[in-house]
Design a protein around this ligand. Structure first.
Ligand code: HEM
Length: 534
């Protein structure tokens, strides 16, 4: 334990009274004489309503569960710290990225996406990799995944996608056997899913350990420096232990033998002092190079190939402390893409824009009202002062008036036009256009990058992917859905499509035009983009 850690100090102040330090009490602090038999009339009579201890004990139990997350329900988390290798002031004014001697406390939650809270760890799925940085300027959340791309390009499709991925609505059983006709139906009709589906059919979707998993911010975000200059940025977490996956047979066996395989590994290793560590890296693109690529930086189904823009290591994160209470911390933590600090800003990626609405909205119901930021795991380590008041589960006692502008004293000072240089100011991006439901043309190229991914694989990795496509797609009841998906695979790589078709009883598709080879690297404006971290 690091006593200097401000988050740890804050948590200590929230600890419940030690239950072993005195007699059992009710929630009102009244000492209870007996907790094993309810109050009844005689030895064989009915239980009395008057037994307030019995009623309180049962009522509290009845209300223990809260709704699980609508996605990413199953997770495991840990505390730790982040420290930058050097100052990133050239690109961002974010305080936690300036001084290598300053450690910022973090909480990270890893998760599977599709299954409920009680599902197994080692299923084929995307993994969440969400980090809350408790910075000196407030909380910054990097809510990422272990894939660098996402299934859809616009958040308006998220409910459709998630409904297709989750079990059937009438009986909560996936159609087919272990795979879903609904998922493959969606994939075959929405080819923007293909790139991420390729990652899903790869060994990346069955990580051996959370400690050996990469993380990605997925979207293009923006760094903003003290002069107000923006730089596009993609975030990367690289595990110091290297990247390791299970093989499919192993993953299936472990599902039966130890459904907690990944969370147990994380817990045990931290308890044993083998603290997992990740390097934090960034791909930086100057604003003037926004259109230098053959894809749109706002499209979350596309990566920026590392040959074109190398990843520059800028810091490291270590997880060194397990939570004390799963519910209070891992379950009640609330990540939100809109939790940013000065120096980090958004882009107009339509998936990110939707996320910036969705997380707070869902947490209002999941965590029972608007005051969940007061929960110990969510509280920033800096003061919170504003005129937001009341609501369910208010645990602060505010005093004074509660509005601004305010000439009567008390409440929060008026903030309009504050000169405070540490205030968050949105980047003054110029935006201008007609209101339309349409994206740039390159959003329609769904095949080039899956082909890039496929070609980057070694032969055995390709075989694992063919086996995965055959296994998953082969469970589809609808032959039409199988055929349509294979038709999409043909547009990525004919040999892959042929190998999958043969394994699932679909006619060999006609060879279609191969996708174009990757474009040559653009000449980027930054001269020092060598990825050497200097
Ligand atoms: C939860 C990542 C897209 C809505 C999560 C979590 C992660 C994540 C890591 C779990 C957070 C935790 O551990 O508590 C991502 C990534 C996305 C993406 C990387 C795409 C790049 C979306 C979209 C929406 C969405 C498009 C909706 C428009 C949600 C919701 C939750 C969630 C509602 C549950 C949050 C809660 O109950 O606290 N997401 N997500 N996500 N995500 Fe996403």
């Amino acid at each position: 334990m690091r006593p200097e850690d401000p988050k740890q100090r804050q948590r200590d102040a929230h600890r419940a009274d030690d239950p072993a330090s005195g007699p059992l009490t009710t929630d009102q602090g009244v000492v209870v004489d007996h907790t094993d038999d309810s109050l009844a009339v005689g030895e064989r009579g009915p239980t009395l309503l008057e037994d307030f201890h019995f009623r309180e004990k049962i009522t509290r139990f009845d209300h223990e569960r809260i709704p699980e997350r609508v996605v990413h329900a199953r997770g495991a988390g840990a505390y730790g710290f982040f420290e930058p290798y050097h100052s990133c002031a050239e690109f961002t004014k974010a305080a936690f990225l300036q001084d290598p001697s300053v450690r910022t406390p973090v909480f990270v939650r890893f998760s599977t996406v599709q299954g409920p809270r009680g599902s197994a760890d080692t299923v084929r799925d995307v993994r969440g990799f969400a980090t809350k940085f408790y910075t000196s300027e407030g909380n910054y959340d990097l809510v990422g995944n272990n894939f660098p791309v996402f299934f859809i390009q616009d958040g308006i499709k998220f409910p459709d996608f998630v409904h297709a991925v989750k079990p059937e609505p009438h009986n909560e059983i996936p159609t087919g056997q272990s795979a879903h006709d609904t998922l493959w139906d969606f994939v075959s009709l929405q080819p923007e899913t293909l790139h991420t589906v390729f990652w899903l059919m790869s060994d990346r979707a069955i990580p051996r350990s959370y400690r050996t998993m990469q993380g990605f911010g997925v979207h293009t975000f923006r760094f903003v420096n003290a002069e107000g200059r923006g730089t596009f940025v993609k975030f990367h977490w690289k595990p110091k232990l290297g990247l390791h996956s299970l093989v499919w047979d192993e993953a299936q066996e472990i599902q039966g033998r130890d459904p907690d395989y990944n969370r147990r590994d994380l817990w045990d290793m931290i308890e044993a002092g083998h603290y997992p560590e990740w390097e934090f890296g960034v791909q930086l693109v100057p604003e003037e190079d926004e259109h230098a690529f053959d894809f749109d930086l706002l499209d979350p189904t596309k990566i920026i190939p590392e040959e074109q823009v190398p990843v520059r290591p800028i810091g490291r994160m270590v997880l060194d402390r397990n939570p004390d209470n799963f519910f209070a911390e891992t379950e009640q933590i609330a990540f939100h893409t809109a939790n940013v600090v000065p120096g980090i800003d958004f882009t107009n990626d339509p998936l990110l824009q939707a996320r910036n609405f969705s997380y707070l909205d869902t947490q209002l119901i999941r965590l029972g009202g608007p005051n969940f930021a007061q929960l110990p795991v969510n509280r920033p380590v800096v003061p919170v002062r504003n005129n937001q008041r009341d609501g369910y589960h208010q645990s602060r006692i505010h005093s004074g008036t509660n509005y601004s502008e305010n000439s009567l004293g008390g409440g929060c000072p008026a903030v309009a036009g504050t000169a405070d240089p540490s205030a968050f100011r949105h980047l003054q991006e110029r935006v201008d256009g007609r209101k339309i439901r349409k994206r740039s043309a390159s959003f329609q190229d769904h095949w080039t990058q899956p082909a890039l991914f496929w070609r980057s694989m070694s032969d055995w990795e390709k075989q694992h992917m063919i086996d995965a496509f055959r296994f998953e797609l082969g469970k589809c009841v609808s032959m039409r859905v199988r055929e349509r998906t294979v038709e999409q695979l043909t547009l990525v790589d004919h040999d892959l499509a042929a190998a999958v078709a043969e394994g699932i009883g679909v006619d060999l598709p006609e060879r279609r035009d191969a996708t174009p080879q990757p474009a040559p690297s653009p000449a980027l404006s930054f001269e020092n983009m060598k990825g050497d971290g200097s």
